[in-house]
Design a protein around this ligand. Structure first.
Ligand SMILES: [Zn+2]
Length: 324
């Protein structure tokens, strides 16, 4: 089989890809939280991994590809409360919306799209194992991961445990052993959806789902794990701590992260009002043109989105079609 090289965020080097099982590739990519229509930042990893997957298949690999939906999340619950409906109605609606625009971008479906709500048993089992292994502790109805117990914590992001402060996405609980300890399980607040667990009614923290679902479908060690570079810390760092702390096996051989999308050279953000939804872009440009544009820059580099560049992509796409 053709030799390929990939840049691995874990080693910070370009490495020759060696599959765990000859002829096969196991891929897990972090998916979206379905609380709104997908924005173009969601389209980039989808198109990038569609190409990587198609290429691996083209050179002869049998690919197993898993991408999750985070269908249990504060943003979904808030939206459901605002609309006076339940979380499932919201997540189902935006999962449909996700498939609709990804189909327009010719992104082939992955083999499985697991949802957090379908994997509570796997998640609870993994948290129980982490408590047994001494990596996690119970605090009231919550369970936290003690990052000081995992000697390799920080190996992906390059952060040092001693420098770690409570981040914005980490709930602050003064009784935690270390400020960087993160929630594996959270006690349910009134009015929230909940699941029964050995620690009472609650729901999982954000990071544990990917460790649990990756292990469920692909085994303890996988070939590729992907996602946006904004997920390196804390999400992927925490996935490593959870998975390796639970199974004792090396979790991921090659970590691949795609770059950010900027809008007219500015960071995309809701507050700057430059947050582009894929469905709105597709009203002006074809799916082929948007896909062509997303692939016009190396996946690790930042990609600048502007009408000029989209128009250019549309023209180039038309030229290609004429030639064909
Ligand atoms: Zn994830």
């Amino acid at each position: 089989m053709e030799e390929i090289k990939v840049y691995n965020t874990l080693t910070k080097e370009k490495e020759v890809f060696k599959p765990i099982t000859p002829g096969e590739v196991k891929i897990y990519v972090c998916g979206v939280t379905p609380y709104n229509h997908p924005h173009i930042g969601n389209a980039r990893p989808a198109v990038t991994w569609d190409i990587i997957r198609r290429y691996l298949e083209y050179i002869g690999y049998k690919v197993k590809f898993v991408q999750n939906f985070t269908d249990v999340d504060d943003k979904i619950i808030n939206k459901a409360n605002a609309e006076g409906t339940d979380w499932k109605t919201i997540s189902d609606r935006y999962i449909d919306a996700y498939f609709k625009v990804m189909d327009a971008l010719h992104v082939r479906r992955t083999d499985v799209y697991p949802r957090v709500s379908d994997h509570m048993d796997d998640i609870i089992h993994m948290v129980e194992e982490l408590i047994k292994n001494g990596h996690a502790y119970v605090l009231g109805g919550d369970v936290y991961y003690d990052i000081s117990t995992f000697k390799d914590y920080g190996k992906l992001s390059g952060r040092k445990v001693e420098d770690m402060l409570a981040g914005a996405r980490i709930e602050v609980n003064d009784e935690k052993r270390n400020p960087g300890d993160f929630a594996l399980w959270k006690a349910a607040k009134p009015g929230e959806p909940f699941w029964e667990s050995p620690w009472g009614k609650g729901r999982p923290g954000w990071h544990i789902e990917c460790s649990a679902m990756s292990t469920h479908y692909l085994g303890n060690t996988i070939d590729f794990h992907g996602g946006g570079s904004d997920l390196i810390f804390p999400h992927h760092e925490n996935e490593i701590a959870q998975s390796e702390g639970c199974t004792g096996c090396h979790f991921v051989n090659y970590w691949l992260h795609n770059g950010f999308i900027t809008i007219n050279s500015e960071k995309m953000s809701k507050s700057l009002n430059n947050f582009f939804l894929v469905k709105d872009v597709l009203e002006k440009y074809s799916g082929d043109a948007l896909r062509f544009f997303l692939l016009s820059t190396h996946y690790r580099s930042p990609l600048d989105f502007s009408d000029d560049r989209l128009e250019e992509a549309e023209k180039n796409m038309d030229k290609l079609k004429d030639v064909i």
